[in-house]
Design a protein around this ligand. Sequence first.
Ligand SMILES: Nc1ncnc2c1ncn2[C@@H]1O[C@H](COP(=O)(O)OP(=O)(O)OP(=O)(O)O)[C@@H](O)[C@H]1O
Length: 550
Amino acid sequence: MLSGVSEVLSSVVEDVSEAVNRNISGSQLLHELLSAPWLRALLKIYECLMQFQRLSPSPLLPCASGLLFEALLSSHDSVAQSDYLPVLSPLPDELPEDEEAMRIVCLVKNNQPLGATIRRDEVTGDIYIARVIHGGLADRSGLLHPGDLIVEVNGNSVVGLEPEKVIQILNSSIGTILFKVIPRSTQVTSSQKPVYMRAMVDYCPLQDSSIPCPDAGMAFIRGDLLEVVDQSDALWWQARKLPCGASFAGLIPSASMLRSKHKEQWCIKTRLNVVIFSQKHESTFFPSAGFRRSFRLWRRTSYRRRRQSCTSCSPSSSALSSPYEEVALYQRLPQENHRLIILIGASGVGVNELRKRLIKLNPSTFQGPVPHTTRPIKEGEQAGREYHFVTKELFEYMFCSIFRFVEYGESKSHLYGTSIDAIDEVVKRGRMCIIDVEPPGIHLLRLRNLKPYVIFIKAPSPETLRQTRRNARIITSYAVNRAFTEEDFLELEDTSQLIEAKYKQYFDNVVVNDDLQDACMQLCSIIQQAQNEPQWIPTDMNINTESRSK
Ligand SMILES: Nc1ncnc2c1ncn2[C@@H]1O[C@H](COP(=O)(O)OP(=O)(O)OP(=O)(O)O)[C@@H](O)[C@H]1O
């Protein structure tokens, strides 16, 4: 009867097809429905199930009796969805305390150094990883750490070997290097944020006998911007030079290390009776008497004397105390005061000429500070326009007690000077203050509210000076105003180099004053950038507050 369901269906379909032939309305639709394959398949399943039921099947395993079909399918689904990884047996509870886990590290050698230094324990003869260079091969592998004990390199036991011998094995390995190491029991994970610093001294690892690994050392010169990525060692830091070229860092002496090195060198030199710098002059950061012609006074007679005092290449006392200066990126906001623009250069190079031209070019933007003087006011002059006319007592008070002068000088028994207040006045008025000072004057102006941007006006070669200064006049005293001589050109180049060598760490930019027009245009664009684009500035601009109050 059950198998007859399909047969009944077939005969019904036959009848319906006859009705289709006779064009009876609706028969076509009914025929299609009854001939549908799904209906036939469904009937087939039904027939099979009925047949099984008739046979009364029993479960193969006794425990499976009573299983519901849905439960079976649900079990199948949950098994199919699970991951079954091999389960490791648990560690025994009583492991011996001196049990050491060995780690096998495989590094693929490329053109870069491995980026790790080693040291030998003099007592045990064990070889350890001393430091891992940031960004190097070993660091990027994440598998070698300072303090790891190296047991084997490429199958060679290194215990008791001289570090040089281990290096030899490492250097002679081609392709991959297999280390067997016992990791340091407590791993120190260093997650230091980089600190940005400007180098205030020069350093060359090849001339430093104390560096643990000269090959890993990084040379730098004053003014270089360094990204210090690791300061975990008190003596040796790791850093990269910015803008960043290398992917891995180099070793540099820490600030305290450099301080003691320079102190040592300084002591040796003073013992040899070599005058490195005028200690009194540098420690107070106060410029020697003498000032630029922008004060309408003359200073050139002291040219050679000044050269000795302010352009010696030796480290200054400030560099000795802070061999690195921490810096941060600063972007001036439109509502903030403009940064002070300082022009520095050898006397006669054209600093004053460039400054005057900039102001003439855009008098509503650029302005110089009004100097103070003790001389009496002349006819046609206006107080606060040409000069601030003050008494000698007030001038001396400003100079001695409140340290308000950036530069000062005396001419024909009258005192002249540029004060910080006069600079402040220009800045507060929303103008861009542009000033030329003697190099030591930079220190006094490194103030948070002024955020000075220092541009070095460099002398071109004597050859270019000869060509460009044919019609220029040099004023060597009130009485002498003459053409440049060959000696002036050589001296200009010489002094320019000396100033650069000593003060370059303070320069934000350099302009070579060859063609006057070009130099002026270059200055304009640099100043624009200084005011509107992010620049690295010392994190603490008030560094002179302390020295000035001494
Ligand atoms: N690029 C240049 N080409 C030709 N002449 C120049 C150039 N720069 C400056 N001069 C001329 O050189 C002379 C000296 O320049 P300036 O007075 O500006 O020197 P300075 O650096 O301010 O030195 P000081 O502070 O001793 O006066 C001036 O006559 C000036 O016009």
